[in-house]
Design a protein around this ligand. Structure first.
Ligand SMILES: *Cc1c(COP(=O)(O)O)cnc(C)c1O
Length: 376
């Protein structure tokens, strides 16, 4: 293979379209601070995601931090969350002076195990922060039931689920708030960027204050806030990328199906079960679990190494699980997170993006077949 194959590759709109979009910025000299594109993009995105309210942010992580901060939880409040996610989810809790309480996941879709949430609730619990990991939508109805029963907020990390729907409802409508990331590596991107979606109109002002220093007018600083505004170049990129999202998801889906055709006959592989009829997926990730019981311990790592040799850089998302990150110095090592650790140790996310050549998929699958061999 001529080029390195990364796990993903940023979608680019046609260059002329981006140049045309940013040209007016050379006339207006208005590059950030809720400019024209910020407003336009916020409207378009709200429409696309089908949510009542949306606030654009500088990135997904600040969206998570500020969504949590906007809820005004008491310091030390406990947030029940999943450790099977990108470290951002956990850091956002801790940086808000809240305490993460890790709940194990289900092996059928790697989302938080809603049946294990209630046992973790204490008088300090303030919220649940689940993740629609790999675009698998959590059991939102059951989670809502629990939240209502105990009067808890629910904030979804929807960074993997851009544009997804369950029973024709946009994923950003679940919970008290949902957070999206538009990082360059995501299904939809604005180079860096993010958004919070929600249904309570009061949150819009609160988030606006938090992302813009709490400035209400030239002389009135009404709140303490951070700076997490999306700039005009990012908003312009979002406006240019949005018309292509449908096509991109379609191309991803074809590649997922192609992978599945090649790999489904190999014993010991658990392929993504992205096929629930009431769900519209966006196919952000192709995560394969290499069963140690059938293939032997360490097969995931072996495939990772073998793929490196042909310049294919699959990724061990999410290893280590966030609760086992070095910065926590074994604080959560004793937590009962068997499924999350098992997934973390045995899953490899294979390259997937709209232009990924089918020949590359063939090569990847032949490496897997050679090593895992045994056919069903
Ligand atoms: C990407 C991602 C984030 C963080 O988003 P950024 O835009 O990179 O700050 C948070 N959570 C999950 C699950 C992610 O995948």
């Amino acid at each position: 293979m001529k080029h390195d194959i990364m796990v993903t590759r940023s979608s680019m709109p046609p260059l002329e379209e981006y140049i045309e979009k940013i040209q007016p910025l050379w006339e207006s000299h208005w590059l950030t601070n809720m400019g024209k594109y910020h407003q336009e993009f916020e409207e378009q995105l709200k429409e696309y995601l089908g949510t009542s309210y949306l606030s654009l942010m500088v990135n997904g992580h600040m969206s998570l931090e500020l969504a949590l901060q906007a809820m005004n939880f008491p310091e030390g409040g406990e947030v029940i969350t999943t450790p099977f996610t990108f470290i951002s989810t956990t850091h956002a809790i801790i940086r808000n002076r809240l305490v993460p309480v890790f709940c194990d996941i289900k092996l059928e879709d790697y989302t938080i195990d809603e049946a294990k949430i209630e046992a973790l609730i204490t008088e300090k619990t303030v919220a649940i922060l689940p993740v629609h990991v790999y675009g698998n939508i959590c059991e939102v109805e059951k989670i809502e039931e629990i939240a209502e029963k105990y009067n808890l907020k629910v904030i979804y990390d929807a960074a993997h689920a851009f544009g997804e729907k369950k029973d024709a409802i946009g994923v950003g409508n679940f919970g008290d708030a949902s957070v999206f990331s538009f990082h360059a590596t995501k299904v939809f991107h604005t180079i860096e960027g993010g958004a919070v979606t929600f249904s309570d109109p009061k949150l819009y002002k609160r988030l606006y204050d938090l992302k813009n220093f709490g400035i209400h007018s030239e002389e009135v600083i009404a709140q303490v806030g951070a700076n997490a505004k999306m700039n005009e170049f990012s908003a312009a990129m979002g406006l240019c990328n949005l018309p292509y999202i449908g096509r991109n998801i379609e191309e991803r889906k074809k590649r997922v199906e192609y992978y599945k055709e090649q790999l489904s006959s190999i014993e010991g592989l658990v392929l993504p079960r992205l096929e629930k009829e009431n769900i519209e997926y966006s196919y952000g990730y192709f995560a394969v679990l290499f069963c140690p019981e059938i293939l032997g311990e360490g097969m995931r790592d072996r495939i990772y190494e073998e793929l490196h040799k042909i310049q294919v850089y699959a990724r061990k998302y999410f290893y280590p699980i966030t609760s086992d990150a070095a910065c926590f110095r074994n604080k959560y090592k004793k937590d009962a997170l068997e499924n999350a650790r098992y997934a973390g140790e045995n899953i490899l996310v294979l390259p997937l993006y709209p232009e990924l050549p089918y020949e590359v998929i063939d090569e990847i699958c032949s490496v897997i077949e050679k090593n895992c061999g045994k056919m069903k």
